[in-house]
Design a protein around this ligand. Structure first.
Ligand code: ATP
Ligand code: MG
Length: 562
């Protein structure tokens, strides 16, 4: 902007309050007749009003100006406006203030600006925000002859605006942190995105999050930014050691404007090698426990404002909750893994045990029963002719032993169908349909599709056991007439569907039923399927529209067909 050369005006000082015409410069002389009236009007204003000439001299000021500045009229009239309003010897220019008079002179139109004016009343200096409306006064040719400035004190509104802006900054920052920390349950991901966001919001480039290790009783960096690896590895601290250790011990935030001026408070490498100066350390508190510390630093000595520290406190509280959630999640995951391993072990022991019992029943009990039948046959042959009664009894006993043997074979099959091991899942399910459904008078329809092949034995066992439980439930609870079972061998997925036309049931209620030990069948199915990364869906309603069970299991590992 073109700089104006300013000189003090030679304006005649006024002797009386009402003699505006004497005080005013040439352009205002035509207002002479209105002098007293006009003065009364402008003096009645609560807002300050000045008329200023093109060289920035005040040529008229109302009472509000005099009262607020604690000056006499002759101390104001003829002075430069910036001297009176700002106590400065220079015209207003950016970056401090934009002069609205210049804007009026340049555009010929009214201009607005907000300035901080200084009021020096009885040695007490006060700064106030003032909204200025500057308007041109023109002569009959339209030339600007002077400028009026109407000034309203907006300090309270401005303070409120600043408070709202600060609250807005705080809320947006907390919202931004809440968003990043809620995007993951993985501890390191949560911490590093929270730290990045914190540094971005605080406009700092260096910081880190230290977590308290309960076992080792030590506080160490878990994530950091702008610090060297050597420093981070060196500075694990105990409670009470260094700034972070003190913060963790007391649960109170500490901030230092320049750590180089306070030797002994921090590790020397933080000042020397890392070159840090301003430092703030905030506890990560969840409930009554300090889980760690959030450090924010910069290479320039600069005090963190109380707003900054309050905001960091809010951010740290959010991070602490996220840390706690991530830790709980880790715990749950670990427990879930252990539970999965235990279940898998249990199913495998159960299968082994079933196989052992099936073998013993087959090798011992069924052999005994078979020889009992043979002995009975021999005994019948040895009977003397005419011993009809004894023969009838022996034949009945023999038939009974054959029935028991048949039943035993069915039991052995239920326990562990050798078909499953020998010829596979399709044959084993066919056997289930024949032996369980048809014998119960239910029409069983089984359809294997896709590229039928042998699968990993563990997978075959899971598929057989869940189909077996579904079939067993149908025979026991469904009152069905017809059952359709499909087994679809896809390339990398196997699908089983068991559908009956029975009475149906309330799935939610059956699964959440506290009526144990019965009612574990459906849960067992779900557990088995989930252990091999599969899904199980049950569709049923107690309205007679039947039940449909869908199972999908990914096939990762296949065994070659025998
Ligand atoms: N296909 C079906 N049709 C009708 N009701 C069913 C069917 N399958 C399950 N149910 C209902 O769901 C309940 C729970 O089944 P689940 O297999 O979990 O237990 P259960 O068969 O009663 O006992 P368990 O299987 O432990 O010997 C059953 O008691 C039955 O009421
Ligand atoms: Mg059952």
């Amino acid at each position: 902007m073109k700089q104006k050369v300013l000189s003090k005006p030679s304006v005649k000082r006024a002797s009386k309050k009402s003699s505006i015409a004497n005080e005013a410069s040439e352009p205002l002389k035509n207002l002479e007749g209105f002098g007293d009236y006009l003065q009364a009007i402008i003096d009645s204003l609560q807002d300050e009003l000045m008329v200023i000439d093109k060289d920035y001299h005040i040529i008229l000021a109302n009472n509000a100006v005099l009262v607020k500045h604690g000056k006499q009229r002759q101390e104001v009239i003829g002075q430069y406006c910036y001297e009176i309003s700002h106590g400065r010897a220079e015209i207003c220019r950016p970056p401090h203030h934009e002069c609205p008079i210049n804007a009026v002179l340049e555009t010929g139109k009214p201009a607005r600006a907000t300035h901080i004016h200084v009021y020096d009343v009885k040695g007490k200096r006060r700064e106030r925000y003032v909204d200025i409306i500057a308007s041109p006064i023109t002569d009959s040719q339209g030339n600007i002859t002077a400028i009026t400035e109407l000034m309203r004190d907006v300090t309270e509104a401005k303070d409120m605006e600043l408070k709202i802006a600060e609250a807005h900054r705080e809320l947006s920052a907390l919202n931004a942190i809440a968003t990043v920390v809620s995007q993951s349950l993985d501890l390191d991901t949560v911490l590093s995105s929270a730290l990045d966001k914190t540094l971005e919001l605080m406009d700092r480039n260096t910081g880190g999050i230290l977590l308290w290790d309960e076992e080792k009783q030590i506080l160490c960096y878990r994530v950091y930014h702008g610090l060297s690896k050597e420093h981070v590895q060196r500075v694990c601290c105990r409670l009470g050691e260094g700034i972070a250790g003190k913060v963790a011990q007391t649960g109170e935030a500490i901030q230092v404007k320049d750590i180089s001026k306070e030797p002994g408070t921090v590790h020397p490498s933080l000042v020397n090698a890392e070159g840090l100066r301003a430092f703030a350390s905030i506890p990560l508190r969840a409930k009554d426990k300090v889980l760690g510390v959030l450090n924010v630093a910069s290479h320039k000595a600069r005090k963190f404002s109380s707003e900054d520290i309050r905001l960091l406190g809010g951010i740290a509280a959010q991070i602490a909750i996220a840390v706690e959630n991530a830790k709980l999640h880790q715990d749950v995951q670990r427990k879930d893994e252990i539970r999965g391993e235990l279940l898998s072990e249990m199913f495998s022991i159960q299968e082994k045990e079933r196989r052992r019992i099936a073998r013993e029943l087959h090798d011992e009990t069924s052999q005994i029963l078979a020889s009992l039948g043979a002995n009975l046959e021999a005994a019948v042959g040895m009977l003397p002719p005419g011993a009809r009664k004894s023969e009838t009894i022996l034949r009945k006993t023999q038939a009974l032993s054959i029935n028991i043997l048949d039943e035993l074979h069915r039991l052995i099959y239920e326990l562990r169908p050798t078909l499953l091991d020998d010829i596979g899942l399709v044959a084993a399910i066919e056997w289930l349909v024949d032996n369980n459904l048809r014998t119960a008078g239910i029409l069983g329809n089984f359809k294997p599709t896709g590229r039928i092949r042998r699968l990993n034995p563990q997978l075959e066992t899971v598929l057989f056991r869940v189909t077996q439980e579904a079939v067993s439930n149908i025979t026991r609870h469904a009152h069905a007439k017809r059952v359709d079972i499909s087994l679809d061998f896809k390339k990398s997925l196997i699908k089983v569907r068991v559908r009956d036309d029975g009475i149906g049931f309330d799935v939610k209620e059956a699964i959440s039923s506290k009526d144990r030990p019965r009612g574990l069948g459906l849960l067992g199915m779900k557990e088995r399927v989930e252990l091999v990364n599969g899904t199980l869906g049950i569709r049923s309603r107690p309205d007679g529209s039947g039940t449909e069970i869908n199972i999908e299991i990914p096939i990762n590992q296949e065994v070659p067909s025998e």
